[in-house]
Design a protein around this ligand. Structure first.
Ligand code: COA
Length: 153
């Protein structure tokens, strides 16, 4: 993708919260977090959120919450008009670099079993399937696939 820039989200930026909330609503529909949840998540010191800017618009994001040397990737989202241009791969890679710099060595995530784009993204980024959680998701009820990746020291 041409001209994609990735930044770390910081607290106290209402315009960024608005943009990330709009992205959340577009990408997750009925499962989208509220604007307040997006804001408080960014402000959580155990969370790293990165976002991508393309053509002066917030085009995508990824976030993770970490404890010690483990982190759980909570979201990866790219706005529809910017998909299939490598944005998510760049965003995920930047998130991994920031987490690695904070001492994270093991990444975990959950993904809906039928979310083929996300599963393909994670597999191509080096995640492997660890296990499944039956009926983990609601509306529609669906199993979660748990994936992991180890970051080099
Ligand atoms: C999943 C998602 C983040 C991918 O974003 P993207 O910017 O389009 O992904 P990229 O262009 O970086 O693709 C990287 C790789 O992921 C895989 N991939 C992405 N979209 C895919 C699709 N629709 N079908 C199959 N594979 C796909 C491919 O392996 C791709 O590599 P390739 O283009 O060389 O084949 C995006 O589709 C999205 O926001 N979906 C809705 C939110 C969501 O489900 N997030 C994940 C759970 S939190």
């Amino acid at each position: 993708m041409t001209d994609i820039r990735v930044f770390t989200a910081t607290a106290g930026d209402p315009a960024l919260v608005d943009a990330l909330f709009a992205l959340e609503a577009e990408c997750f529909g009925a499962e989208a977090w509220s604007r307040e949840s997006v804001r408080s998540f960014i402000e959580n010191p155990a969370v790293t959120t990165v976002y991508a800017v393309v053509e002066n618009a917030v085009a995508g994001m990824a976030s993770a919450i970490f404890v010690s040397d483990e982190a759980e990737i909570t979201k990866v989202a790219v706005a529809t008009e910017y998909r299939r241009r490598g944005a998510a791969r760049i965003i995920l890679s930047e998130l991994e670099a920031r987490l690695s710099a904070r001492g994270v060595r093991r990444l975990l995530l959950e993904v809906r079993e039928t979310n083929a784009p996300a599963r393909a993204l994670y597999e191509s980024a080096g995640f492997t399937v660890l296990s499944t959680r039956a009926g983990y998701y609601a509306s529609p009820r669906e199993d979660a696939v748990i994936m992991e990746k180890f970051l080099p020291r």
